[in-house]
Design a protein around this ligand. Sequence first.
Ligand SMILES: C[S@@+](CC[C@H](N)C(=O)[O-])C[C@H]1O[C@@H](n2cnc3c(N)ncnc32)[C@H](O)[C@@H]1O
Length: 303
Amino acid sequence: MKEIEAQMKKKVEIHNPKHLKLETNSLIRKSLNILLIPILNLLPIKSRSLVKKSHKSVSDIVDNATTHKALEILYSNGNKHLVKKFYEKLSHTIWFNTNNSKGVRNRLKIVKNEIDTILKELIVNDSKDEINVVSIAAGSARAVLEALENNPTSKKVNITFVDKNQSALDYSVELLQTMKGINSDNYKYEWINDTVNGFLDKNSRKYSIVEMVGLMDYFDDEKAKRIFEKIHSSLEKSGQFITANINHNSEKKFVTKAIGWPMIYRSAEHIARLVHESGFSHLDMKVYYEPLKIHSIIVASKN
Ligand SMILES: C[S@@+](CC[C@H](N)C(=O)[O-])C[C@H]1O[C@@H](n2cnc3c(N)ncnc32)[C@H](O)[C@@H]1O
């Protein structure tokens, strides 16, 4: 393990502030998981069609794995209110209370809270009268949009959403329309259909906030570092970079095989080292896990 990773490991904490109401496991669920997770991990690829038959929302997640559609189903807790029949309730309890389901909802709340906190500081205390924010691999852009909804502003805020999938951008346009108070003249939105590299290579703007969550789970170390370097260049001084990565966890085999959602799993200190090696100092970084340790979240400041 590299020296910096060893140092970061000591620094990594579990983040569970009460007001965020993050999901954890009850004693009953923890006990159930001792039996359930090894069984889920034994499910072969062939069982995928059976898993799909057990619940409509799970079927939609499998069909849309890695996309904003699957994440929106997880964020909405598998549309629990639509579940009526007994067997559906039972399968809902199993699928949507796995550590991975809960962990990704925790990540959403934490990322939203981080953006919210930084925005408040910029709106209230910063002397700048224009703020630039970009969400890369934005998907539904839920975390950013919900944070904006919390922050009415008299300053001009330019928000850019970048995604290589046009249907994700279309979805976020619709989501924005359902939200209150964030269509004021002070907010200027832009949706860009491009890859992360395509966008960053053409970009000339300096940002106060760059958010990129749910993308490094698919990029190897070298590609991740090249992207972090470009993000570092795109930030203004004291600009903040928010990112995350899935951590090694006991449900990996199940998620990879039965759900069909392969990812690159990294510890918090591993992703933090890559961010550090790309120009951000580890001394200006917050690194932590959500309470179930499925996702790590990093907030790195450009000094
Ligand atoms: C797992 S989703 C994450 C969405 C959102 N950030 C969130 O956390 O809810 C990944 C998103 O990245 C987009 N994506 C995948 N590869 C990309 C790339 N090379 N450049 C830009 N976007 C990409 C996908 O279209 C998808 O919307």
